[in-house]
Design a protein around this ligand. Structure first.
Ligand SMILES: *Cc1c(COP(=O)(O)O)cnc(C)c1O
Length: 348
């Protein structure tokens, strides 16, 4: 049985979090002289002289409506990259604990592990980019604290079989972190609905991709109240700045625009696949549930350099495990995708 106390670091159990002025007094008042802010204002039209809400309640209220999840199950970070780092710092003892990664996958899981001096046990995906459950079971020991599953996966674009993730959730006594950065582009159901079923589930999402707010740095983690409490204790007090909170809240009111873009992105993705598959140098285009496609080519470096020369930048993933020959191409606006396809006509 999963119990958070079995995996939480002892120093985090004992941690007394920083108590900010905004934590100690949260009500309304006419005179705030408790936080050493500049009382005159900011030298800007918009005023940012006051510290932001440490728990981002207004943004979470809106997210709670959109996701159908109580505020107590929502954590907000300075990008989901911050949530990843906070999970490491909360649950993994440096030099002692390990995590399981399933490459090829998102690079930050590895970088964050290395920063925190946490051992990585790599269990590569199968050739069809699915979980190797036997390999994962063999790699787990009593120091294994987390398994990261990215679905839809970056850079391969496919979704991970739901039943396999459920097998991990039901049998692994550490955290299963399901990164759904690209879930808005997928036909698959989010794992958010499973939070009531599995105490060891953490779902990551972000406003950086479909929501079009990569520059604001707002990431989300959804998990049990216990896990969210730990993450809130460990995070820097004002981790999401006031401008990001205000603009995120505004953007979350415009879900129709985002849904229209998602629809258009999927149409454009199909068109891009059709356009690319006729080129001689394209060997394979992997099915994608995301806003990018992984394309296996005969000459990744040559094509990459050719495109750079024409001012078009794609991602060379050919050095990545199971991705030999592959370029990762983000779906652009129609004109950009056309430019890409037209330009590739001239590649010899
Ligand atoms: C882009 C991406 C993220 C980054 O999210 P931020 O919220 O911008 O930090 C997280 N996970 C995956 C798989 C991504 O591709």
């Amino acid at each position: 049985m999963f119990s958070i106390n079995n995996i939480l670091r002892e120093n985090i159990k004992r941690l007394v979090p920083y108590s900010s002025a905004r934590d100690e007094y949260q009500g309304e008042a006419s005179v705030f002289l408790d936080a050493n802010e500049n009382p005159f204002g900011s030298p800007l039209e918009q005023q940012y002289n006051r510290y932001p809400d440490p728990l981002q309640i207004e943004v979470k209220k809106r997210l709670s409506e959109i996701k159908g999840l109580p505020i107590r199950n929502i954590f907000l970070g300075n990008g989901s990259d911050e949530a990843i780092d906070i999970l490491y710092r909360s649950f993994c003892n440096p030099g002692v604990d390990n995590v399981i990664l399933v490459p090829p996958t998102y690079g930050m899981y590895q970088v964050s592990a290395n920063i925190n001096d946490v051992e990585i046990r790599n269990v590569p995906l199968t050739p069809d980019f699915q979980l190797n459950l036997e390999g994962i079971a063999e790699a787990i020991d009593k120091h294994t604290k987390m398994i990261f599953v990215c679905s839809p996966n970056n850079p391969t674009g496919n979704s991970i079989n739901r039943a396999d993730v459920e097998t991990l959730l039901a049998n692994f006594e550490g955290l299963v972190v399901v990164d759904e950065a690209y879930i808005n582009f997928s036909r698959q159901r989010s794992f958010i609905q499973e939070l009531t079923e599995y105490g060891n589930l953490v779902v990551l999402q972000t406003l950086s991709k479909a929501w079009g707010l990569a520059g604001l740095r707002v990431g989300m983690a959804f998990a049990s109240e216990e896990i969210i409490e730990v993450m809130n204790k460990v995070k820097p007090p004002y981790n999401v700045n006031e401008a990001s909170q205000q603009l995120a809240l505004q953007a979350l009111g415009n879900i129709e625009q985002v849904n229209a873009w998602i629809k258009e992105t999927l149409l454009q993705r199909d068109k891009l696949v059709l356009g690319l598959k006729d080129f001689d140098f394209v060997e394979d285009i992997y099915p994608s549930d995301a806003n990018f496609i992984l394309v296996k080519t005969t000459d990744p470096k040559g094509i990459y350099n050719f495109l750079v020369e024409k001012g078009i930048i794609v991602r060379d993933r050919s050095k990545v495990e199971l991705c030999a020959g592959c370029l990762r191409i983000t779906v652009g606006i129609p004109a950009e995708n056309e430019t890409l396809l037209n330009t590739l006509q001239d590649y010899k």
